[in-house]
Unconditional design. Sequence first.
Length: 340
Amino acid sequence: MLFTRCRSVARVWHWWLPVLLLASAARADYTQSPEAQVFIERMVSEHNFTRESLQALFAQAEKRQPILDAISRPAEKTKSWADYRKIFIKEARIEGGVTFWRDNAEALARAEQEFGVPAEYIVAIIGVETLYGRITGNYRVMDALSTLAFNYPPRSEFFTRELEQYLLLTREHQQDPLAHKGSYAGAMGFGQFMPSSYRHYAVDFDGDDLPDIWENLTDAIGSVANYFKSHGWQRGELVTLRARPDDTLDSAIVFNQIVPPERTIGQWREAGLQPIRHVPSEVKALAVKLDGSLGDEYWLGFNNFYVITRYNRSHMYAMAVHQLAEAIARAHRESGGARE
């Protein structure tokens, strides 16, 4: 297990310091970055890191241009819904989800019972994020977070906080900060948790005292479920529902805003957007308009839909997770699977 290996090679925070010091002299590094130096001083004063250890660490961190290229063109912002959907709602990913469910049935059933999140949504998140653990990222998390904290001004504040959380995380678990790999954004493990998400929501779901989201599927399943519950998932409630616009639809209504549902179904009906089946008028929903393969699609997203966007702030992402979850659940039933 990566988590165990990290503990064995980094029993204390300074284990890797001599190695880093030897390597730092011969390479261009973040020790020359004013932004990194400000960050180092804050970590020393606020969290009692040693300046020497951080200078040695940032001498090994690398600015990666592919990371800057990737964050400037995320699929959620560059693709239509029709094209984005094809990435995730495909037979191989559905079949993989059924297999993942079958292989982890006990942990999924327990997570569903404890956290109230249906197994298919936990499976779908892991399927969308990492193809059930097959693609967890090839960038060193230290490189990704340093690059985005110090070289990407639009979101520097966010990634600086995540870098702070990452160094706290690795110190708490006596891990080498250069050991973990993840996405271009610094997300890690089966469920691609950012460091702050790990520190707030990762759980030890198998009772071994280590919340391991990297190689322990049971912990990863429990952590995804805990994330959803902590963000307000409502057991047994709707996620989203197709809607039909009529001639009175108010064109001034803003669609696709990632905000908590505020308008009631009754208000949406008055505005000209009709759910395809009965929903109580007092239920709140947000509106989603997608450019599908057959034209515009209108949807109403309820509280649980909004919760999915807490994982990734994109209405297309939330819809992909929802539709993959539905497809996996259907295939699981047809294969003879049942909830325990």
